[in-house]
Design a protein around this ligand. Structure first.
Ligand SMILES: [Zn+2]
Length: 614
């Protein structure tokens, strides 16, 4: 048993999330976490909404509401969508909690005290007409890198490069069009050059990462410069230093604070647990995942986020611990663990291009789940998603996989087996007294699959894992077709005795396949269990709870959380064969998956076209 931290990328709260987002960070992290729980590990899965930064401010201005109101709105939408998809977070929170502020400020103070935050003078913009600071987002101009005409002061949305306002060609104020005046402005920079050696030494120990992620991460080290960790912006976490704290136009940059969310969410989870159990010491439980050398941590994200997880976050942790060339000592959080593995997905595309919310070329999680089963989407992402290369979403392929693999392959096997038992026996039959070669071979196949599928999930090869599980389903279907128990049912007494044996073997194999598929298809796993007469063998599913901010009683927000077997005497369901109990009543089955009519393809494609601005 190990402590496994499952760190899931933080969705940005400036709008609803689309299925490309959850293909990158959501489903892969959940499949992994569910499997690890079943394999007996103590998993802590954390994330939340990322609510600072310029895009939130820009969107809030457009909608004529405050940035906090905007973040509140989309935090709730995202919480509901991720819970409906069945993502089993121990805690899904947000970056505007007081707890997060306090953790981020402690990280900053210690990194600063250790000497890794260097103050530098840069050129900041002010409005010549008012004399006031012009925050980065109010400055537009031509991108010096790609020539895009509407680049913002902090970033070019066309080429994605980080910018400083003074880099812009023909800068202008978005408020009144005037040309800003540049004056000296002080900022803190994370001194990456003093951390590059220790970062490289750490990366050299990460031999089992996906090769593309490792290569990308090493490349990042070839040209490191100090990176600004504060900005001229009025939305974010105050810089906790005298002379800075009260300046409303200086804030920690969203890049510094968002990655600290993994730590602050773990701390919030432990603090909430201490409240629930009444055990004060439980507030320190997070340390089992962060300070213990045996703990392992896995970070899940899309490829556009690798930089933050293989460079910025490890650099912040090393600076906090004082392990760079400037030395230093850790603050109150102690010797924090670096990521064991950074697991990044490629992009899910549509029509050969990336999803784009602004172009309306998008399928929102919410819309998808209002019309389709969550497990159908989870399955598509697992078997056809962007695991190691960009993948394409099409409704044709979604309907085909749902109908041929989930409905006709797996659902039909469950239905046929349960129905034969229900009609002919009414309850699960006992195992054969002298099993045939075919019986033994099938049960060996399904038992061996636990090793194969489990290894693939732990190696983050979920496509291979899902395919392995479905191949096993195919073997059970073949066994049933060969044994034809429906024919035996019409025969003499010996035939009927053999039928019962065959149905025992089939039911045991179905139960095995259900456990194999449960990390991918958690909602249907319960239905399959019920079809075999089980009552609640799988742990709780994620729930939404309305909570009060731990340090600000005036503030409420929704979290995703759940039990997942941690407190159940039987624990979570076990990754491996559980023997089915003979005599257990088997009810008349109901279909597990909904077959999709072919007309769905045209309807969905039409809906997509009508919303697109392309
Ligand atoms: Zn550009």
């Amino acid at each position: 048993m190990s402590h496994i931290l499952s760190s899931v990328a933080w969705p940005y709260a400036n709008g609803p999330r689309h299925i490309g987002h959850v293909a990158g960070f959501g489903v892969p992290s959940d499949v992994f976490s569910r499997h690890m729980r079943m394999a007996g590990h103590d998993v802590l899965m954390v994330s939340g909404t990322d609510e600072h930064g310029t895009p939130i401010l820009v969107q809030a201005e457009q909608d004529k509401i405050s940035p906090q109101a905007l973040a509140d709105r989309y935090n709730r939408v995202i919480v509901e969508d991720l819970q409906n998809l069945g993502l089993a977070y121990d805690l899904f929170t947000r970056t505007t909690t007081r707890n997060h502020y306090a953790v981020v400020q402690e990280m900053f103070r210690t990194v600063y005290k250790n000497g890794y935050m260097v103050e530098k003078t840069t050129m900041g913009a002010i409005s010549p007409s008012t004399g006031r600071t012009l925050p980065d987002r109010f400055i537009e101009g031509t991108c010096p890198i790609c020539g895009y005409d509407n680049a913002r002061g902090d970033q070019c949305d066309n080429c994605g490069n980080q910018l400083d306002p003074i880099d812009l060609i023909n800068p202008r104020s978005r408020i009144n069009g005037e040309t800003p005046r540049f004056v000296q402005s002080n900022h803190f920079f994370l001194d990456l050059p003093s951390l590059v050696e220790v970062l490289a030494r750490w990366l050299e120990t990460r031999t089992d990462w996906r090769p593309n992620v490792l290569k990308f991460s090493f490349n990042l080290l070839e040209d490191v410069r100090p990176r600004a960790m504060t900005r001229d912006i009025d939305w974010g976490i105050p810089v906790p230093l005298p002379g800075w704290e009260d300046n409303p136009n200086k804030r920690l940059y969203v890049w510094f604070d968002a990655v600290i969310g993994y730590l602050s969410a773990s701390i919030e989870w432990a603090r909430r647990r201490a409240l629930a159990t009444g055990q004060v010491a439980d507030a320190d439980l997070w340390r089992q995942w962060w300070n213990s050398p045996e703990a392992r941590s896995y970070y899940f994200m899309g490829k556009d986020n690798i930089t933050f997880h293989s460079q910025i976050w490890p650099a912040e942790l090393l600076a906090y611990k004082g392990e760079g060339s400037r030395g230093g000592t850790p603050g109150i959080y102690g010797d924090l663990n670096l990521p064991t593995e950074v697991v990044s997905s490629e992009f899910l595309n549509i029509g050969g291009r990336q999803f784009s919310s602004s172009r309306g070329r998008v399928i929102l999680v919410r819309d998808m789940l209002s019309r389709h089963q969550p497990d159908a989407l989870r399955y598509f992402i697992a078997v056809a998603g962007p695991e190691s290369q960009d993948a394409e979403f099409t409704w044709e392929e979604f309907v085909r996989r749902t109908n041929s693999e989930l409905v006709a392959g797996w659902g039909n096997l469950v239905n046929r087996t349960a129905n034969l038992i229900h009609q002919n026996l009414g309850a699960l039959p006992p195992p054969p007294t002298s099993p045939t070669e075919a019986d033994v071979a099938l049960l060996r196949t399904t038992e061996l699959a636990f090793g194969e599928v489990g290894r693939a999930i732990r190696a983050h090869r979920q496509k291979a894992a899902a395919q392995g599980a479905m191949r096993t389903v195919g073997e059970v279907n073949k066994y049933l077709a060969d044994m034809a128990p429906w024919r035996l049912a019409k025969g003499d007494e010996a035939d009927r005795a053999r039928m019962a044996e065959v149905l025992h073997v089939a039911a045991q194999a179905v139960s095995d396949c259900n456990t194999l598929l449960a990390p991918f298809l958690p909602h249907s796993a319960r239905l399959v269990d019920r079809a075999l007469g089980f009552d609640r063998r799988f742990g709780d599913e994620p729930v939404i709870e309305e909570v009060t901010d731990l340090d600000d009683p005036s503030r409420q927000y929704p979290i995703i959380t759940g039990d997942y077997g941690r407190d159940q005497p039987r624990g979570a369901p076990h990754w491996g064969r559980e023997l089915i109990p003979p005599g257990q009543g088997v009810p008349a089955p109901v279909p597990v998956f909904r077959k999709l009519d072919q007309s769905v393809i045209a309807e969905e494609n039409e809906r997509l076209a009508s919303e697109s601005l392309d």
